[in-house]
Each structure stands twice: as structure tokens, then as C-alpha cells.
Write a protein that binds this ligand. Sequence first.
Ligand SMILES: Nc1nc2c(ncn2[C@@H]2O[C@H](COP(=O)(O)OP(=O)(O)OP(=O)(O)O)[C@@H](O)[C@H]2O)c(=O)[nH]1
Ligand SMILES: [Mg+2]
Length: 450
Amino acid sequence: MQREVQEKSRFAVVAAVQLPSVSDVEFEASLTELRELAKTLGFEVVHKFMQKRSGFDKTAYLGVGKREEIRCFVNNEPEFAELNETRQSAADPCSGEIDVIFVDHEISPSQARNLEKEVGCQVMDRTMVILEIFHRNARSRAARAQVEIARLGYMAPRLREAAKLAGPQGRQRSGLGGRGAGESHTEMDRRKIRDRIAELQLEITAMDVERKTQRARRQERQGLAGVALVGYTNAGKSTLMRALTGSEVLVANKLFATLDTTVRALHPESVPRILVSDTVGFIKNLPHGLVASFKSTLEEALDASLLLHIIDASDPGFERQLEVTDDVLDEIGAKAVPLIRIFNKIDHVGDAAAQSECAAALRAQYPDCIVMSARRPDDVAKLRERIVGFFQGNLVEDEIFLPWSAQQLRGAIYASCEVLAERADGEGAFFRVRGESDAVKGLREQFSRA
Ligand SMILES: Nc1nc2c(ncn2[C@@H]2O[C@H](COP(=O)(O)OP(=O)(O)OP(=O)(O)O)[C@@H](O)[C@H]2O)c(=O)[nH]1
Ligand SMILES: [Mg+2]
């Protein structure tokens, strides 16, 4: 089993196999992303090891020669002395120890263990890194439970592997501590994991019911105009959320800063009132356990009437990132929701000439997209107009009657519709309104019961 990452760990190397189907650009982008993931966990990556192979080595992921090269580097052998000097302080010669090798694929438990043994330091594969970041960033009860399920799912086969290795001597005859006769430690751990997963699943189902009720109430109160910001991690979703709603959601230049969905109203307010939700970011090879666990969180996206797919236009790998997001949206069944592609961070693409060239190319390739910077208030204002325009395009005009006996419901009309005119007679008031057809229908039904 791979050890827990310790806080003191600071230096790391990344290692990856380039398969024939992967282009150089894609491979480099993936390694850069792995470095970012490592940085998010607090590591400084001091070297990278790459190898072209037709497949992964069955025993230890990398080939024998590459493993030996890494071992020499980690163990500070003479041919790497010069490179290693940069990461060692004279005061503490151990300060530059390599604590972790980050591997850019999900590898099997036995590959990880063999590699670890051979090179002499901890190995973390891409899945484990992402799970660890999610674990550290999870704040709410729901996010913590979702991450724990995914982590346990990752651990379970690794325990099976450990049990296989332990063999018959791993079995113990004692029935103490809740262990059945002949049940090994690992078997007990596996049973505990299964029970814990079942327990967490029940907890999540209960939270789901609560969330759905809250959401239904919110929709009833505020109409149905919902926008969800979706996209690759670090694309700028939370920054846009702040800019569009004036809220103080967390913005950080690290991966997976946001794990919980936050919902805020568009500010300044519009008619209809539009709710914006910020969601968890996606990444290449998002561990399957996480997609499943975060499905309920991502369902917020399914509920939205409009998706804003945020893409970091300044990232050289943005096309791949865009595809990954499209795939995840497809996987959660959100393909049918109207979507606007937003190419963000255009201010970060070279000089003014490079920016306008890039913007023109993007507009030609993705008609109807928006190219902008979340840091430019004018761009944010234009985006706001586009969002409001989308919802106003769906609006209907109608007249609603409210009897005098139910005047306490006037607020509901103003909350979800624009009131164009109001007149009254002996029975009650008539409102000429403009609003989403579902919202107007909802009001009618509500008032007919009043
Ligand atoms: N230059 C530039 N930087 C931006 C822009 N938008 C966001 N950023 C920066 O990009 C980094 C990531 O922004 P976030 O808003 O946290 O990204 P996110 O999509 O919410 O990321 P996750 O929550 O990790 O999925 C932060 O350092 C932001 O300041 C932009 O338009 N231009
Ligand atoms: Mg965020």
C-alpha cells in the first residue's frame, strides 16, 4: 500500500511513459499538468523522466533502464550530483531528498510497489494525486463523504493485492476484535471498507434528498433561471462567479480549489432573477470513483437552463481540456442543456496583436463563443448581457390575476417576473407580466390555489 504523504515532503520527480498514440504536445501538456498537481500538494518537482514505449512495463510501469536512472537520481549518485546540488542546502544535506515520484498514469498496486522498492521512494499515481487534492480541499459534509467513497474505492483493490501477497501466513486464527475465525487483517480491513462505503452512501442519499428539497424550494421561490459554470480545473469559473455575482467565492491558482457547488444571484439583479452556480472542475482522467461520487454535485449542471463552459484560452492544451469537459458533460447526461463556450484569460495570451489573432481564430472555429477576460469589467458586463438575453429570449408576456384575499403573494410575482403594468377591479389586481413561461405557469397554479 502506498504510504500517506507526509507534510515535510517537498521535493519530487515526475515520470511518464509516452505511448505511440500520444503526440509530443499532448504528452508535454499532461506532464506539465502533473507538475501543477504536484505543486498543489506542496511539492517542488525538480526533474522529469520520460520514456517512449509501446506499452507500460507490467512489473513496474517504466522499463528497467529508466528505473535504474531514477534510482541513481533519487539516491544522489555521482552522475546526478550537479543536478542534485540545486536542491540541497549546505546546512541540511538531507533537505533535498526526493520524497515522491509522481507517475502520469493510473498504475496497478503491484507496479507501484515494485517501483517504490526499486527506486527507494514513495510512488503516487495520477489518480492518487487527484484523490489526495480532493481530500484536502473537501470542506462540506457532502464533499467529504463523496471524496471518502472515491478514496476507499481506490484502496479496496490495493488491499486485495496486499492480501494476495500476504498469502496464508497473513491469515490469523484469532476471533478477537470482531474478526471471524481465519479472517486476516486485510480481509477485516476490506470488510470495514465495504461497510464504510455503504454507510457513506446512505449518508449521501440522505443529503441528496435534502438538497433536492432545498433546490425545489429555491426554484419555486425564485423561478427557474439557472446558469451553471462548468469547465476544466483552473479555467477561471470561480473568478467569473465572483465577477458576475459580486460574491466572495474562493479563487486560487491551484487545481480543484472548488469542490462544492455555490449558488448566487446574478448581480446587479435581472428579470427574471438568474441564479449562477459554480461547480467542481474537471481534469483529464478524472478518477472514475470521483465522477460517480460527484455526480450529485454535478447534477446542479443538469438542472441549469444554460451552461457556461469556461475554457482557459491561454493554456496551450486548451483543446484537449475542452474535449475532456465535453466528455464529462456527456457522461453525466448534460449534453442536451444549451451551452455557451467561453474562452477566458485572453489577457494572458501574449501581446495585443496575439490576443486579437487568437480571438479571431477562436470565433472562426467556435461560432457563438465568447472570448474574454474575467479580469476585464467590460467583458464581464457583455457576458452578463448575453446571459440575461438568453433568458429574456425565453420570456412570455401574460396577465395574471391575484384576488384581494391573496395579496400577500404579490412578492412572488415581483421575484420571478417583470411587471409591465398593474390594474385593479373589485375582485383583485391584474398584473401584466413578462417572465419565463414555466415561472408564469407556476404563479398561475399557485394563485389558483390561493
Ligand atoms: N490572467 C487571467 N487570470 C485569470 C482569469 N480568470 C481567472 N484567472 C486566474 O486563474 C486562476 C484560477 O481561477 P479560479 O477562478 O480559481 O479557477 P476555477 O475554474 O474556479 O478552478 P477550480 O475551482 O480549481 O476548478 C486564479 O489564479 C485566477 O486569478 C483571467 O481572465 N485572466
Ligand atoms: Mg473554482
